[in-house]
Write a protein that binds this ligand. Structure first.
Ligand code: FES
Length: 152
């Protein structure tokens, strides 16, 4: 059995092979692998006896699931109105330049995934950048490089 099939087997077993636990199984796999590779989805379909189309349907519906590898660090730059007027666009551009990727992409070394969001609820402190679970306020383009350097 491959490593992925073995992992799927363990996760499915931990949910008593109950097909009603499909979302929880996918969440566990997303947590362990960082994304949902096609091989894992095929294994889930086979082991839970749920059609593969249904597995993809569920996995595509929820934002928590990713069909591509994600970086160890998740960057979310807020581009909501309050952050936008304070220069969030320039922050995103500087991130793209420093990381050599565009928004929604992951660096080839799987260090960072860069995304934009529309409001993280701290408008007075904008531009806001969330890296993993940490909120960084009043981020300007000249603060981007030192900020990224803190995440290895
Ligand atoms: S608009 Fe950025 S935190 Fe609200």
């Amino acid at each position: 059995m491959s490593a992925v099939a073995d992992l799927v087997d363990k996760v499915v077993e931990s949910h008593r092979r109950d097909r009603d636990m499909l979302i929880q199984v996918l969440l566990d796999l997303q947590g362990s692998l960082g994304w949902l590779p096609p091989q894992a989805l095929a294994e889930v379909s086979r082991q839970l006896r749920v059609p593969l189309t249904r597995v993809y349907q569920v996995a595509s519906y929820y934002k928590a699931f990713s069909f591509a590898p994600r970086g160890r660090h998740s960057i979310k730059v807020c581009v909501g109105t309050a952050c936008h007027v304070r220069g969030a666009g320039r922050v995103v551009e500087k991130m793209e330049t420093d990381l050599g990727i565009k928004r929604t992409q992951t660096t080839p070394d799987l260090r960072f995934t860069l995304e934009t969001v529309n409001c993280v609820g701290c408008c007075a402190l904008g531009p806001m950048v969330m890296i993993n679970d940490h909120y960084h306020g009043q981020v300007s383009s000249d603060k981007v490089s030192p900020l990224l350097a803190r995440y290895k």
